[in-house]
Write a protein that binds this ligand. Structure first.
Ligand SMILES: Cc1cc2nc3c(=O)[nH]c(=O)nc-3n(C[C@H](O)[C@H](O)[C@H](O)COP(=O)(O)OP(=O)(O)OC[C@H]3O[C@@H](n4cnc5c(N)ncnc54)[C@H](O)[C@@H]3O)c2cc1C
Length: 437
């Protein structure tokens, strides 16, 4: 019987388990993750912005599929209430007027620019127009609407006092567990085993809190361990001469509540509701800014009135052994707070000490050498001497990682297509440009 082991229970691994379990006996699907706390990685600390068509040509088909899967999943499962799925109006904001280049892809991330560089503006705002009610107006700043109706959305909600468990991740994981998918956590794969035909047949996992080791049947192995994917591959396939072309880009983030906004999203004291709160048709706001000192904060407002800010990134920070080992840098959080206080409307002059901090975050995006994710089967010849897998849809070692700044958006499409690939079914999106070169 086919049995699939997924290494990594971030959003990519969990999405794949979800779609696999629609066509496979769920108890033959195993999720393995060593982190003591699930979703303490990029999937749990991301902004949750979704776009339909902001992608490089090779991932455009996957992007369109994924955006549609997010909409369907939310419609079928009350995603607005369960994980805060909502439409967003998206703006670029700059103190230095300039032209958006409309480059698409993730070049903006590599050069430290704003995500807004991926698209061209659809309207230049004049006056206060539809600008987010919380965005402070400063003389000379430039605000442009960059989303067209129905092409962007937001999926995460920040209510937890310490950090935001990304509720989409939790919903999908719970759905998998309810169907009978097996979760091994905290646990780590330590070696692969071949069967009598010398083909991949099982994988040995070790619980990280005890000395217990277990062999899981494994005809199909999926590496979906985000930035840790190259390490996982190298540890299990020691004789392989290839390296998975993925590295990490660390990012700090902060969720805060402006001083005058209460927990239900209304203004404290005067009972006034911001216009996005309490209305079923209401939207959230995404703002991609460029500051005078040349960095690119991203801000997302939530229906509960809290605001997420990120954009301080570093490619030189070493990847820790586990996501939960990431240490918050107080200086970087201070810089996020200062920027928030400059950009967000306060009744008095902004003062970062007035911000109510909901949570702080530090995590590692998996970024690929090509700037688009790797979604592919690894050829047997690249697994190293002595390792083969069953032919065709009967087996294989696969990788789904390197989603960079787009892993939340592309998660559901990736899960669906990867499940189709593993199960030998026709693919719902063209991922032929996302292979291992
Ligand atoms: C600050 C920030 C903001 C972002 N905002 C957005 C956004 O608005 N929209 C968007 O689309 N994307 C966004 N992203 C990108 C997105 O978060 C990532 O692309 C996505 O979460 C990657 O998911 P993943 O499952 O591949 O990796 P991860 O979420 O990192 O999960 C990897 C998992 O692998 C596990 N693992 C580690 N070692 C092993 C091992 N040995 N064996 C098995 N498992 C292992 C980890 O414990 C973890 O659970 C953002 C990222 C950052 C950092």
């Amino acid at each position: 019987m086919n049995s699939t082991v997924i290494l990594g229970a971030g959003l990519i691994g969990v999405s794949t388990a979800y779609y696999l379990s629609e066509h496979q006996i769920p108890s033959t699907i195993h999720l393995v993750d060593p982190s003591p706390e699930l979703f303490s990685s990029a999937s749990g600390f991301a902004g949750g912005f979704l776009a339909k068509d902001w992608f490089a040509p090779s991932s455009a088909s996957l992007g369109a599929l994924s955006f549609d899967e997010h909409r369907k999943l939310a419609e079928q499962n009350d995603g607005r209430a369960k994980w805060g799925y909502t439409r967003s109006s998206t703006f670029s904001h700059s103190h230095v007027p300039g032209t958006l280049e409309g480059g698409r892809g993730d070049d903006w991330l590599r050069t430290g620019q704003s995500r807004a560089q991926a698209v061209t503006a659809v309207a230049v705002e004049s006056g206060d127009g539809n600008r987010p009610p919380w965005l402070r107006r400063v003389d000379g700043d430039d605000v442009q609407l960059i989303s067209e109706e129905g092409t962007t959305g937001l999926v995460s909600v920040f209510l937890h006092p310490k950090r935001d468990p990304l509720r989409l991740c939790q919903f999908l994981l719970q759905a998998c567990l309810d169907r009978g998918v097996r979760l091994h956590h905290p646990a780590k794969a330590i070696s692969i085993r071949t069967d009598a035909r010398r083909e991949l047949g099982s994988i040995r996992i070790a619980e990280t809190t005890s000395s217990t080791e277990t062999d899981l049947p494994c005809t199909h192995l999926l590496i979906a361990a985000g930035a840790w994917s190259p390490r996982v591959f190298a540890e299990l396939f020691r004789h392989s001469s290839i390296r998975l072309p993925i590295s990490s880009l660390a990012g700090h983030s902060l969720v805060f509540r402006p001083p005058l906004v209460s927990r239900d999203g209304g203004r404290q004291g005067d009972g006034q509701q911001p216009k996005e709160s309490g209305d079923a048709e209401a939207v959230s706001y995404a703002v991609y800014s460029t500051t005078r000192d040349g960095w690119s904060p991203e801000l997302y407002s939530r229906l509960d009135g809290s605001i997420y800010i990120a954009g301080i990134n570093s490619a030189t920070e070493p990847l820790p052994p586990l996501p939960s080992d990431a240490v918050i840098d107080a200086e970087k959080i201070k810089r996020l707070k200062e920027t928030a206080a400059q950009m967000v409307f306060f009744d008095q002059e902004g003062n970062e000490s007035d911000l109510e901090v909901v949570r702080e975050g530090h995590c590692f995006r998996p970024i690929s050498d090509t700037g688009v994710p790797v979604i592919a089967r690894i050829a047997d010849a690249d697994l190293g001497i002595g390792v083969r897998t069953r032919p065709g849809a009967e087996g294989g070692v696969y990788v789904a990682a390197g989603h960079g700044p787009w892993g939340i958006t592309l998660s559901l499409g990736t899960g669906k297509v990867m499940a189709e690939m593993v199960q030998g079914r026709p693919r719902s999106a063209d991922v032929s440009g996302l292979g291992l070169s």
